[in-house]
Design a protein around this ligand. Structure first.
Ligand code: 2PG
Ligand code: MG
Length: 417
């Protein structure tokens, strides 16, 4: 087994112009030296149960001292190395060494292990297992914490349910993205782009965004629902205050029952197939009740609600039917994989997800393919920290042989329109 020769951390910049941690792990295996490198992303709408990022200078210092000292000389073994990091940190939320330091090192270890075998990470992780390309959820309008609360709902996304391949899904998305931009420009409602590259629109209500998105799908020449459907991330923890859900754009606040009714109304009127965090992270009863009512028809995803924690998913008691997997939310690859395994055991769907603060690092695309996670969410169809990831998927699909691959979109989203 390869041995860890060196661990090095540095500060680099993310897509919001904020500093973040990059880690490099140098290893010696099969007579030669290999390096794995990874960068920590950062969220804006974070769940309270997430691994805590610390100040970047301090996190980098930790990588170059304590983390380096404990890992150098050890065998390169993901699970053991991750457990070493967890024990070294010693806190339940990784707040001593920082979730940002730990996730960068954990991912860099995986990249180094793949480099030793001269394989791309997805291939290294997949081993002998057959893999398929994940189905993308791609943002068209951005709101919430990614657009100064201009819209209450955070992500208005599309899923190309009728596409025949990952490549085709991206081609269709490009058409919808352009059509949505043209519609907004015509109405003078285009205010640039939000943090993940989705348009930052000036709408009067959240429902208007749904109507415009449905219109953009039609304008692009696709049938809403049958060919391209809608996915939402409400990021409802951000809206919850004093027992109610506040829709600032619409100058009103909703009780749990009213929120439930509003979302059901949207499902009736628009081709929605997936809703993430429809209720706040602590509102397990509301989440379970919504899943009982709508879970047969649509995917209900826990993000802030599960924070990529296998235990929280195992204790879900009927809340949600899918989970978002964000490595930096829990801190290590081993814990992220445990959550994916828990999801499979519980019959939950899963989506590997980037954060709103991202970089050129494309590791998460490899995790989705290599682990066989059926969906991928990395933001919109603009800004290179997003496009780098979609483009990496194209290369992987090419390597897998595009025409030989099954594409799971229709199977995953069976809602009929
Ligand atoms: C989310 C993510 C990505 P953030 O809520 O799903 O859209 O946002 O990284 O800000 O938590
Ligand atoms: Mg979310």
């Amino acid at each position: 087994m390869a041995k860890i020769l060196e661990v090095f951390g540095r500060s680099v910049w993310d897509s919001r112009g904020r500093p973040t941690v990059e880690a490099e792990v140098t290893v010696k295996g099969t007579g030669r030296t290999s390096v794995g490198r990874a960068i920590a992303p950062a969220g804006a709408s974070t769940g309270s149960g997430e691994a805590k990022s610390i100040e970047v200078r301090q996190a980098v210092h930790g990588v170059n001292t304590e983390i380096r000292n404990v890992l150098v000389g050890k065998s390169l073994n993901q699970q053991e190395n991750d457990h070493t990091l967890i024990a070294l940190d010693g806190t339940p939320d990784k707040s001593r060494l920082g979730g940002n330091a730990i996730v960068a090192v954990s991912l860099a270890c995986a990249q180094a292990a793949a480099a030793v075998e001269k394989k791309p990470l997805w291939k290294f992780l997949a081993g002998e297992r057959a893999v398929a390309m994940p189905v993308p959820q791609i943002q068209i309008f951005g709101g919430g914490a990614h657009a100064h609360g201009r819209m209450d709902v955070q992500d208005f996304m599309i899923i190309c349910t009728g596409a025949g391949s990952y490549t085709e899904a991206l081609e269709w998305t490009a058409e919808v993205y352009r059509a949505a931009g043209a519609r907004l420009a015509k109405r003078e409602a285009l205010h640039g782009v939000a943090d993940e590259g989705g348009y930052w629109p000036a709408f009067k209500s959240n429902e208007e965004a749904l109507a415009e998105l449905t219109g953009a799908i039609s304008d692009a020449g696709f049938e809403p629902g049958a060919e391209i459907a809608i996915a939402l991330d409400i990021a409802a923890s951000q809206l919850w205050r004093g027992g109610r859900y506040h829709l600032a754009l619409e100058k009103r606040s909703l009780s749990v029952e009213q929120m439930h009714a509003m979302l059901l109304g949207w499902i009736e009127r628009y081709p929605i197939v997936s809703i993430e965090d429809p209720f706040a992270e602590h509102d397990a009863d509301a989440m379970a009740s919504f899943t009982r009512t709508a879970g047969e028809r649509i995917q209900i995803v826990g993000d802030d609600f599960f924070v990529t924690d296998a235990k929280k998913l195992q204790e879900a008691k009927g809340a949600c039917n899918a989970v978002l997997l964000k490595p930096n939310q829990v801190g290590t690859l081993t814990e992220t994989l445990a959550c994916w395994r828990a999801a499979q055991e519980a019959g939950y769907g899963a989506i590997v997800s980037a954060r709103s603060g991202e970089t050129e690092d494309v590791s998460i695309v490899h995790l989705a393919v290599g682990w066989g996670v059926p969906q991928l969410k990395v933001g919109s169809f603009a800004r290179s920290e997003r496009m780098a990831k979609w483009n990496e998927g194209l290369r992987i699909e090419e390597a897998l042989g595009r025409n030989k691959l099954p594409y799971l979109a229709r199977k995953l989203f069976s809602r009929r329109f």
